[in-house]
Each structure stands twice: as C-alpha cells, then as structure tokens.
Design a protein around this ligand. Structure first.
Ligand SMILES: *Cc1c(COP(=O)(O)O)cnc(C)c1O
Length: 340
C-alpha cells in the first residue's frame, strides 16, 4: 500500500464511500418489487414501516438521498413565505443548495452554534417573528444529530424542543447519522427522535447501504412529503431493489460502535503530534491545522494511500464499515513516519 495511488487504498473521506455488503447485493438481487409510485412495492413498504417503527413515528417515506428527505420535510412543514430556523453550519442550510428557498419559497433563518454544535434556546425564541405583514411566518426549527460527529441526547435537545414548542413551531431533525448518536449515547433512536415531528435517516452513511434515506413523520406529513417527492421527480418505480439493501442495513446497526472505536484509535495516532487540535466524536476525527499544514499533511497521507477529507484548515477522517483494523494499524505505523 506504500506506493499510494491505487483505488483500493484507505478511504477515510466519508462514510458514504462504503461498498454494499454481499448480504445487501444478495437481498437486492432477490427483492420482491412493484411500482412504488402506485404504492405496490412490498420491499419499499416494508422498509418504510420498519424504519418508522424504529424511530417511533407513524410513517416513513423512502427518498433518494438525505438532501431530498430534508427538502421534502421542510416543504411539507412550511408554505411559500414561511421561514425555518436552523444552525448556520447545519447541512440543511449550508450544504443543500438552498433547496427550500430555491424550490419552495421558504426562507432559512440560520443561528450561530455553540461549542457543542447547538443553537441557543433563547435565540430560537428570539428568532420567531411577530405576526406582521412585514415578516416571514416562522414555522419550523431544524436541528442535526450527529453534527460533525457530535451526538446529542434527548436531554441535550430538550431545551430547544421546549423553546420551539412554546412558539408553536414544528420540529425537524436531520438525523442522517442518528444511529451513530444512539449507539454512542446508549439511547434509543426513538427516544432521541421523540421531540421531533419529522426525522431524516440516511441509509447510505455509516449504515452502508448504496442509496437512499427514509423520512419518518406522522401519516399526514408523510402524505404531503410523498407529493413533494413526486413533484421533485423523486417518485421511483421498482425501488425495492434499493430498499432491500436498506433493510439489510437496518438489521444490524451495532457495527457502528466499532466504527467509533476505530475513530478513537485514529485520533490517538495524531494526538502525540497535534494535541488539542485533534477532536473525535462517534465516527469522525477532525484535525485543526495551522497555515498550509493541512494541504501538506493531506498530500503526505494521499501519497501513502490514505485519503482524507480537507476543508479550510481542517482534515476530516471518517471511519466506516470498509475500514479494517489492519487499515488502522497501517495508519498507526505511518503517522510517526510522517513526523520523523
Ligand atoms: C450526508 C448528509 C445529508 C445529505 O445526505 P445525502 O444523502 O448526501 O443527500 C444531510 N445531512 C447531513 C448531516 C449529512 O451528513
């Protein structure tokens, strides 16, 4: 692996890069399917029911991506001229092309995040606009869990849920990695999701399915979300082929704990050299580097067959199912060489 560039190197850029497991491919090959736009795909229906039940919601909607799940959720909770409150670095605001504004006329109101990655409850309250012709109608609070790997318990989220409810807001949770939070905190996903009207769960992050997410909510919200999904061109036909992999992903989420252990071991490779610049939560390690060190270190890792994410001064290393303990051991041996 020392010669570097081969595609089979260690890919720590994201937990989206996983290959479907043999069990997933087998389930996909054998999936019973039908036309899901007619609600005739038994595998999609099964997946939607199972995920909704796990998250403690009435209904689920299989969507093509986490982005689509968040978008149809916002469009279902809000009308044109409404507003949603969220975090300035949350995915729904910062990384989804402004979809709700572009396609739904729904304005975001981003709030700064504290050290943990949550907005302040008093600022949520203050963000709610008075009922006046001058103002957008504030309808929704969107939170994210995990955020940059940080898991939030229902207790962490409770003040925000309370503030939103007191103002009559709906609540949406971008729970793309909700199972990572649940596993890390030993709290049930349904308990974390309980305060929210809707939750997006990604199947193609740490859960390692090839495609898709499930939006879970009440029957009535899911009904509207299904309509929006169709409007967006996201109504899929024999989608059970994809849902089958999602069902396999849901069978065992315990392996996420191992991803977290691997991330911790990775973090420990770097702390002797970078100290407090290394942070690790759930399956993500961040290295905060000064000056142009970031590109240099990223390049050195790359030259040794290790791919990591890089944004500004930060490197991001994400563990997942396709990172083996041998890969971790390889990096443990490599890092001291880079500093030698
Ligand atoms: C990946 C991700 C999404 C979007 O998921 P896609 O499937 O890539 O569209 C949304 N929110 C968070 C927090 C994510 O990490």
């Amino acid at each position: 692996m020392t010669s570097g560039e081969e595609a089979t190197g260690v890919d720590l850029r994201s937990d989206t890069v996983t290959q479907p497991t043999a069990a997933m491919r087998a389930a996909m090959a054998e999936a019973e399917v039908g036309d899901d736009v007619y609600r005739e795909d038994p595998t999609v229906i099964d997946l939607e029911r199972q995920v909704a039940r796990r998250l403690g919601k009435e209904a689920g909607l299989f969507v093509s991506s986490g982005t689509q799940g968040n978008l149809v959720a916002v469009l279902s909770h809000c009308q044109r001229g409404d507003e949603y409150v969220t975090g300035s670095n949350y995915h729904v605001y910062a990384h989804e092309g402004g979809g709700a504004a572009v396609l739904g006329g729904v304005t975001p109101w981003p709030l700064p995040l504290d050290d943990r990655g949550l907005p302040d409850a008093a600022e949520v309250t203050a963000a709610v606009k008075p009922v006046r012709d001058h103002c957008a109608r504030t309808r929704l609070l969107c939170l994210e869990n995990t955020f940059q790997g940080r898991p939030f318990s229902s207790k962490d989220l409770a003040p925000l849920v309370r503030a939103a409810r007191q103002q009559g807001l709906q609540l949406h949770l971008d729970g793309s990695r909700l199972f990572n939070a649940a596993v890390a905190l030993s709290e049930d996903v349904a308990s974390i999701a309980a305060g929210f009207d809707s939750v997006t769960l990604c199947l193609s992050k740490g859960l390692a399915a090839p495609v898709g997410a499930v939006l879970c909510a009440s029957e009535s919200v899911v009904q509207q979300a299904r309509r929006w999904r169709k409007v967006l061109g996201g109504g899929m036909r024999q989608a059970g082929v994809l849902a089958a992999a999602g069902l396999v992903a849901m069978e065992d989420v315990g392996h996420l704990q191992e991803d977290h252990h691997k991330a911790l071991r990775l973090a420990q490779c770097f702390t002797p050299y970078l100290g407090a610049a290394v942070t690790c939560h759930t399956n993500m390690v961040f290295l905060d580097l000064a000056g142009d060190c970031r590109e240099q270190l990223q390049e050195q890792l790359r030259a040794n067959g290790v791919r990591v994410g890089g944004y500004g001064r930060q490197l991001r290393l994400v563990t997942h199912q396709d990172i083996s303990w041998e890969d971790i051991a390889y990096i443990e041996a490599l890092v001291p060489e880079l500093w030698a």
